[in-house]
Design a protein around this ligand. Structure first.
Ligand SMILES: [Zn+2]
Length: 304
């Protein structure tokens, strides 16, 4: 499996939201009857705090997930590069999982199993083992350093209102907040977009495509963007991520939804992953360079 760097940051907001939606649909209402921890480092906290509790909500902050329970505790989860949450019950057990991304359930990469009531299970798989699951009191979720540090995030159509989550992250990325952050930045625009402390939820795939859609060279410095360019880019970020969400996310590495199925965005990306392919706009060859250690795809003709 090709990894460019250890800090490869997928899944992104549309993928994590796709997982969250699945948890909301399938996990809510289930009681956790037992937990099987196969790899202790993946699970932090006392299983006793959550066994017997019922799932009441599934929330997302940036690329982080929170499963709330009815006893005052929550599970904070970050799937990082290759984490998967896969739900199986009597109704869903025969749904075919992605052969390439999952194979079988459970498998050698299944590190934690939540045994739920009504014969259901929630599996946490993670090939690269960078993800984490933490048991925390619900009212302390906002104190986890990951959640505290997330910048404001794009509000995408069809997703829950993020403006009310300011107690954890910095709420919704309005154009004013976007402009205030980018217009003083001496960072190159692409790494800036991907810095989770500045803006929550954007990773490599959508940063590449948003810059292409806005016609902006990824090597430009934030402060060099005009008001018009900032507006175009702000709009483009939302457009590409909404498209990503519509296609169920991008299954670039091991991303799958809670039923173990792949997303489709990678088949609809604009420039991401298209080195030497023709630009969808002008037909010139798409270039690949590295910016901040990350593969950067762009068209020199269309992006200025
Ligand atoms: Zn072009």
């Amino acid at each position: 499996m090709p990894f460019e760097r250890r800090n490869f940051k997928v899944p992104e907001l549309p993928e994590v939201e796709t997982i969250r939606l699945g948890l909301q649909k399938y996990a809510i209402g289930h009681k956790i009857e037992d937990i099987e921890i196969r790899l202790p480092k993946m699970f932090q906290g006392d299983p006793k705090d959550i066994v017997g509790a019922k799932v009441t909500a599934a929330r997302r902050f940036g690329k982080g997930l929170v499963i709330d329970l009815d006893n005052g505790y929550s599970l904070a989860i970050h799937v990082k590069l290759t984490g998967q949450l896969i739900y199986r019950d009597e109704q869903t057990k025969n749904i075919e999982v992605s052969k390439a991304k999952v194979g079988t359930v459970p498998n050698n990469f299944t590190h934690v199993v939540f045994v739920l009531d009504k014969n259901a299970k929630l599996y946490y798989n993670d090939q690269r083992r960078f993800g984490w699951i933490k048991v925390v009191p619900t009212d302390k979720v906002s104190e986890l350093s990951y959640f505290k540090g997330i910048g404001p995030e794009p509000q995408l159509k069809g997703m829950p209102d993020v403006s009310g989550v300011s107690e954890v992250s910095k709420g919704k990325l309005t154009f004013e907040k976007f402009k205030a952050r980018v217009s003083i930045s001496h960072l190159k625009i692409k790494p800036h977009l991907m810095d989770q402390k500045k803006i929550g939820g954007i990773g490599n795939i959508y940063a590449n495509d948003a810059l292409f859609l806005a016609g902006i060279d990824p090597r430009r410095k934030g402060h060099s963007l005009s008001e018009e360019e900032l507006k175009k880019l702000y709009k483009a970020i939302h457009t590409v991520m909404e498209k990503g969400f519509k296609y169920g996310g991008a299954s670039e590495l091991t991303f799958v939804n809670v039923l173990g199925q792949e997303g489709e965005y990678q088949r609809h990306s604009l420039v991401y992953g298209k080195k030497r392919k023709p630009c969808p706009n002008c037909g010139e060859e798409i270039k690949k360079i590295f910016l901040g250690g990350r593969g950067t795809f762009f068209c020199e003709t269309c992006q200025k």
